[in-house]
Design a protein around this ligand. Structure first.
Ligand code: ADP
Ligand code: MG
Length: 316
């Protein structure tokens, strides 16, 4: 998944459980990836779905089918901000890979015709997926880590491990509470978008939920003085134009939190803050390029601001 994964568990965990969690994460990556050389994609069911676009339906196992179904359904609902069918456009930009490039307007508009989330056939009984047009490509990059964190937590829970912190590179899942603090809450740092990895600008005190951060600072490239990042606006095919540098979403599951980091990256601070305030089960901390920090009202009390290079505000 192109990231460092850590998990902190209270007490002793049998080695077999750790092995099972690591095995699950590796196998999920193998089954979901659409990147790397053919040898890396050989076991990828998502890659098989893409290769068979416009040709035939592909059977997915239940774990893969469930995440594909979620991604496609969410894409239909949030099409102009989250669209997992954005694959062909993401590939042509190549941001985050060896040779990112600026595609032409003509190429982008051509590729956008291959991104309609309604041109996907999902068959719940047979657990099959068919992309109706040749060249369509699913990209689960925006929710795969969240889903992986949720499944990892399930493995721990199945073995009676109900307390811990799973961190898949900024995708944090807090299982239960923490016995490291008197209040029983985990302290989760929010990465400072403009400082080295591991530097936080504040902390959230949470339990039994997930906090996922996504920022346009993470993977990007510059051409002719212009900055291009890896979150693509499905409506235009170009990176989102936004004053938000990063957003952290808090939700009951990591899949939902991960999904919403992408949804809230579109549209700018005022609009995204409004969306987050009005969506039940979603809280967020926005950090703008101007170094303003804005938590939604539901988590203001559990957010501690620690870096004075950033200014805490209470409305956009
Ligand atoms: P990361 O944690 O790697 O930053 P994100 O959750 O922010 O991941 O998702 C970014 C990835 O999602 C991109 O690398 C790309 O593969 C895919 N993607 C980019 N734009 C969109 C979009 N609008 N909707 C869905 N997926 C997207
Ligand atoms: Mg995301």
């Amino acid at each position: 998944m192109g990231t460092l994964i850590t998990s902190v568990i209270s007490g002793d965990v049998p080695q077999a459980v750790t092995t099972e969690v690591c095995g699950l994460l590796r196998s999920l990556e193998e089954r979901l990836t659409v990147n790397g050389p053919p040898s890396a994609r050989i076991k990828s069911q998502v890659n098989a779905i893409n290769e068979c676009s416009g040709i035939t339906a592909v059977t997915a196992d239940s774990e893969v089918y469930r995440i594909v179904r979620k991604a496609v359904t969410a894409s239909r609902e949030y099409r102009n901000s989250f669209n997992a069918l954005i694959g062909p456009v993401v590939k042509s930009w190549g941001i985050g890979f060896d040779s990112p490039r600026l595609p032409s307007d003509a190429e982008i508009s051509e590729l956008l015709t291959l991104t309609d989330p309604f041109e996907v056939e999902l068959n719940d009984e047979a657990s099959t997926v068919k992309l109706l047009k040749k060249g369509m490509q699913l990209d689960l990059g925006a929710i795969a880590k969240g889903y992986a964190a949720d499944l990892a937590a399930k493995v721990y829970n199945n073995h009676g491990v109900n307390q811990g912190l799973i961190d898949l590179g900024g995708n944090v899942l807090a299982m239960g509470g923490s016995d490291r603090a008197a209040d029983g809450l985990w302290r989760i740092g929010i990465q400072s978008p403009f400082k080295p990895r591991g530097t936080s600008l504040g902390t959230l005190a949470l339990r039994d939920c997930s906090a996922v951060t996504s920022g346009i600072y993470e993977r990007s490239f510059e051409k002719d003085g212009k900055h291009y990042h890896h979150m693509i606006n499905p409506a235009t095919g170009y990176p989102f134009e936004t004053d938000i540098a990063s957003v952290t979403v808090i939700a009951a599951t990591s899949t939902i939190a991960d999904l919403w980091t992408t949804i809230l990256q579109s549209g700018g601070l005022a609009q995204s803050h409004y969306k987050a305030e009005n969506e039940s089960g979603i809280e967020a901390v926005f950090v703008t390029k101007e170094r303003l920090v804005l938590p939604t009202s539901g988590i203001r009390d559990v957010f501690t601001h620690t870096d004075n290079d950033y200014k805490l505000i209470s409305h956009p």
